[in-house]
Design a protein around this ligand. Sequence first.
Ligand code: GAP
Length: 567
Amino acid sequence: MVCSDSYGFTRYSLMLAKERVSCRFYKKSCIFAAKFRKNRKQSKFKIKMAEDVFKKIVSHCKEYGFVFPSSEIYDGLAAVYDYGQNGVELKNNIKQYWWQSMVLLHENIVGLDASIFMHPTTWKASGHVDAFNDPLIDNRDSKKRYRADNLIEDQIGKYEEKIAKEVAKAAKRFGDKFDEAQFRATNPRVLENQKKRDELHARYTEAMQGPDLAALKQIILDEGIVDPISGTKNWTDVRQFNLMFSTEMGSLSDATNKIYLRPETAQGIFVNYLNVQKTGRMKLPFGICQIGKAFRNEIVARQFVFRMREFEQMEMQFFCQPGTEMKWFEYWKKARLAWHKALGMGDENYRYHDHEKLAHYANAATDIEFHLPFGFKEVEGIHSRTDFDLSQHEKFSGRSIKYFDPERNESYVPYDVETSIGVDRMFLSVMCHSYTEETLENGETRVVLKLPEALAPVKCAVFPLDKKDGLPELAHEIVDNLKFHFNTHYGDPKDSIGKRYRRQDAVGTPFCVTVDHETPKDHKVTLRFRDTMEQERVDIDQLRSIIEDRVSITSLLKKVANEIKNY
Ligand code: GAP
């Protein structure tokens, strides 16, 4: 009773033979096996579809001036990208939305713009020189380099996937009668995979303390993890790899001049904490926020702008009285999620991922994850960093960074809650969510970026129907009036109106205005809405009021303010 197939059903059928199952049950099993194959094919198909969509998004970003590979004429530079004419507008809008949500919606938050280069002792104090490492491993056959922790986490993920599949299969089979908790507690295959997963997780967690590099390698060998490219287990030892880029400052290139490109913007805030607190007469609790570039020599940089070697962060450090940090941690968890959700990209696409294993300086940490084509991924981190950073800088600089609390009549080092979001990951989330392919009634397809309107690079495009009867002049006049209020472009009449609409759809312009031969007579234009493609005849004087409210960052801020006022 062996019905072998490419999905490993040989083992399953042999098991049936061993158990001397009845013919009826065998038939059922074969049907079940066929269904399993179908589901497996479907899920492989889904993964493939997601990969295809992601590839399309990457090429769309290039074709429409959002993101280019860096120095492309020299074949590019790995994991470094440049933002084009539309990309920079979208990115600036994201930054403006974030910045204003911090400094306008919170009276006790102020901004800062610190340098990328900092005194090298900063990185000793912060722990980055000694501990900002990834454990790397090479495969001798493929010559590819991997993060050992990623290989093991993927393996843990495989056990979890197996369990999830068993549960999904059973849920489908038993329908409403399905008791998931009981199934998980009794099904032999689930229990076996759960045991393997838990044992591996425990070994991995222990090996990462330190970390114990030999133990990490042993796990990779014991689990039989193979290189996805060569398919072999010909691994080198695991080594530590510091992620900071370094260079020399000044003309001498000796070790004393070694300087780092900051791997996070946060330390610029910590070293300026006293400056801001004193010159701004800030009272606890208060926050300092900053947007800026950060650099990490990532071993495995992948998934386009998701993991880059040069990227941008928007970070805010919220300083508070010791003992109040958990209250503020909860506040910022909710406030940051409200900021994301106000964009209208689907509440179901977000989730928190609370950290089980905390960094030595943190007493709570969570990620906000967004559903990208390659799964739920971290876009933002919220960490309760205690007084670790300020205390370290106090120790290494020898200067007091204490706050005198007039209410408590005592001095102490404040505690800190950090919110840290990657601009590029946010950009990618917005692009992935907005990219849409639609089949129209006439059978044509259109690619449209359904961007949140306030983030769109261009808010309105004005088209003269053709070159005659002063229509271009009238269109220019409309652009000249609207451009002070939101980004408005003129669309040359050399292309058909349909083509001009498609081009604006592809860059996500929410409104198009067409000036036609009736316009000089009735002072009206056709206003087209991007998402519905509906068209409306409106008076030129109404354009600003119709569009402005929908495309302004203020409209988003109002939503956030309304949500967070009760937190
Ligand atoms: N100061 C805390 C900190 O830097 P992190 O979790 O390492 O924490 C915060 O980074 C955010 O920065 C991440 O949630 C992510 O959005 C972004 N980020 C980190 N590394 C990145 C990379 N290599 N490429 C793009 N974005 C990155």
